[in-house]
Design a protein around this ligand. Structure first.
Ligand SMILES: [Zn+2]
Ligand SMILES: [Zn+2]
Length: 257
């Protein structure tokens, strides 16, 4: 359906795509995905994201250091240089806390807070990676975020209570292909609850391919399956999900059409 446009608000094209990358990206655009944000998680991946967004009109980039970088020796001040030189960087991310693996929490918090300060200063929204760290992420955001700087909770996986808290602050909730998995019970409640003006959709490709492609390499065309599932859960049309999430993506990332 060529007139429905989709926005994949969170993707990673620096891994698992090599020889076929340009073919995949051309095809995705033809399938109706007309905006993508390629998200960095380290120095190298952020530089890759910038390069990709410079090459493709419809791709934008986010730059930042994921909590998995916390124990490494990174200088976050490079964010200033990247943003100053590149008009297509639309966010700082992905940043946050990941308590799933045994990584130093203090270092993770320091890295997170230092990047929030930069985002506040630059006036760029942040993309949050939150895994099993709800309370600390919310505490830090409440204490550190400037009120008018946007926040996206990417690949939302927390409870409905946490979603309510996120929405209370005017922050956005992004839903990935995990909504199609058969253990998605609490995410289903969240998807049904989130108002259409605070909802985003993403693939987090090459990871998290939705059913029936679970376990395979994911790409942005599969964001349509996320939209379809949400439409079904909310009892609305897929066009309505696509249109609202597209417009929300442009709004939060400050992309003018
Ligand atoms: Zn993430
Ligand atoms: Zn990601």
């Amino acid at each position: 359906m060529p007139d429905i446009k989709y926005f994949d608000t969170h993707a990673h094209y620096d891994v698992q795509f090599e020889d076929d990358l340009s073919e995949v990206l051309d095809n995705i655009y033809k399938l109706g995905v007309h905006k993508i944000v390629d998200v960095g998680y380290s120095k190298e991946s952020s530089e890759d994201a910038i390069r990709l967004s410079n090459k493709y009109d419809y791709i934008y980039s986010a730059v930042g250091f994921h909590p998995q970088e916390a124990e490494k020796d990174n200088n976050v001040n490079i964010l200033y240089d990247w943003v100053r030189d590149n008009k297509k960087i639309v966010a700082i991310g992905e940043i946050g806390l990941d308590y799933h693996y045994d990584m130093d929490k203090k270092l993770q918090k320091d890295l997170f807070i230092s990047q929030i300060a930069i985002a506040n200063e630059l006036g760029l929204p942040i993309i949050i990676h939150n895994r099993e760290a709800d309370m600390d992420v919310l505490d830090i955001l409440k204490n550190q975020m400037k009120p008018n700087v946007g926040v996206i909770f990417h690949c939302f996986s927390s409870s409905l209570e946490v979603a309510k808290e996120v929405l209370k602050h005017g922050w956005y909730i992004s839903i990935s292909g995990t909504i199609t998995f058969n253990n998605a019970n609490s995410l289903i409640e969240v998807a049904q609850y989130v108002p259409l003006d605070k909802l985003l959709i993403e693939t987090d490709c090459p990871y998290l391919a939705p059913e029936p492609f679970r376990g395979r390499r994911n790409d942005s065309s599969k964001v349509q399956l996320v939209a379809e599932k949400i439409a079904q859960l909310k009892g609305i049309s897929i066009d309505e999900v696509a249109l609202n999430t597209y417009n929300n993506g442009c709004k939060i990332y400050n992309i003018k059409e």
